[in-house]
Design a binder for this molecule. Structure first.
Ligand SMILES: *Cc1c(COP(=O)(O)O)cnc(C)c1O
Length: 388
């Protein structure tokens, strides 16, 4: 019997996890343990044959000519920005409804993030707002495929072409997502000049530690990325550029090669769980996420909106059902970024930040867990809101 079909004891239902990396490991234990042991025996631990093989396999999977491994999603963004030469005096248009790394990578180069609002349906960068924000200093557009939902890359690519801007995708949450329409068959991350992925354990394709990846269509850019991740050197002790240390570990590459073979199944399971959530939550007090607005959504997070979000969160916590807010404070309101950009109001972003709530989702999540979550939300919905 698969884990999904097995009956759960009542106390087991009370222990729904937000994410279950152990159940996934137990599924792949033999394969992964053997691969890790082989690395240990090889004596080659950084940037060796496993990394080379992983890069080739990821390039094939994403259908891009060049994939460059690095040590985190944050570094993937830093390396892509460094490879374009973006720096002081330049502006990069991006979203404030994302993880801090999207903007800190920009600020670190010396450039200025220009935050514009998101589309109320996809919760990703709104191309009309982007168009309105393009000015003489704009050098790049940096959309985020938030929660695994691809941004409107057709429009953003047209804008970047028209204004000769670099298009960098933050695909940290969207390994395996893909675009529809004009950009048919393109993977999220493969539409722009650079696609940046995080391979952190909780992402769709997660290693057992930190890891990241940059993909590009340009041979020159790929060469620069390879130098930049290794202190700016192609040849040992020759440094034409100033780079960073962002090499990938062989152990991570070995784990990721195995996980990559199971990614399609894992993403199908995530999509299946999301469909169950959406069906079971129809008619409740919450707004379920729009599915596949511009392409295939891979649900790194299943995030709902609720006007009484904090009360709902309390109600779920009372039943030991975990949930999380991604993200409670948009980036234009983060203290660490104050002074590094020009302030402007972002009404859609601010509303989403006050109403969003992510529910547990992971590939092997059993159906009774899904039901335990949705029945708690349905109970909450049928209760009258208490008067303030
Ligand atoms: C996780 C994440 C990152 C950073 O990736 P790390 O591997 O943790 O450095 C960047 N952007 C977004 C949107 C993310 O979710």
């Amino acid at each position: 019997m698969s884990t999904r079909d097995r009956r759960l004891a009542p106390d087991e239902i009370l222990s729904v996890p937000m994410l279950d990396l152990r159940s996934e490991y137990s599924l792949l234990e033999e394969e992964i343990s053997a691969a890790v042991l082989e690395v240990l025996r090889s004596g080659s631990f950084v940037d060796g044959p496993e990394v080379d093989a992983l890069e080739a396999e990821m390039a094939a999977f994403l259908d891009v000519p060049h994939a460059v491994a690095c040590s985190s999603g944050t570094d993937a963004l830093r390396l892509a920005l460094m490879a374009t030469g973006i720096g002081a005096g330049d502006e990069v248009i991006t979203t404030a409804f994302t993880f801090i790394a999207t903007a800190s990578a920009i600020v670190e180069t010396g450039a200025t993030p220009v935050f514009v609002d998101v589309d109320p349906r996809s919760w990703t960068l709104d191309p009309e707002q982007v168009a309105a924000a393009i000015g003489p200093r704009t050098r790049a557009i940096l959309p985020v495929h938030l929660y695994g939902q691809p941004a409107d890359m057709n429009s953003l690519r047209a804008l970047s072409r028209k204004h000769r801007l670099v298009l960098i995708e933050d695909s940290a949450q969207a390994f395996g997502a893909s675009l529809r329409g004009e950009l048919k068959h393109l993977a999220a991350g493969a539409c722009g000049d650079f696609g940046c992925f995080s391979l952190y354990p909780s992402k769709n394709l997660g290693g057992y530690g930190n890891a990241g990846l940059v993909v590009t269509h340009s041979r020159d850019s790929a060469q620069r990325l390879r130098a930049l991740r290794n202190h700016g050197s192609h040849q040992r002790y020759q440094h034409e550029l100033l780079g960073i240390n962002s090499r990938m570990d062989e152990i991570q590459a070995a784990v990721l090669r195995i996980k990559l073979r199971h990614l399609e199944r894992a993403n199908r399971e995530r999509r299946n769980i999301a469909a169950q959530y959406t069906a079971q939550l129809a008619g409740s007090a919450v707004t379920t996420p729009s599915a596949n607005v511009y392409g295939r959504h891979v649900y790194n997070q299943y995030t709902i909106l609720c006007r009484r979000r904090d009360a709902l969160m309390q109600c779920l916590q009372d039943r030991s059902i975990p949930c999380a807010i991604h993200y409670p404070r948009p980036l234009h309101q983060q203290p660490a970024l104050q002074g590094s950009f020009a302030a402007r109001a972002l009404p859609v972003t601010e509303r989403l930040a006050s109403q969003c709530l992510s529910l547990p989702i992971y590939p092997q999540m059993p159906s009774p867990f899904i039901q335990a979550v949705t029945s708690a939300i349905l109970d909450f919905s049928s209760r009258k809101p208490s008067m303030p």
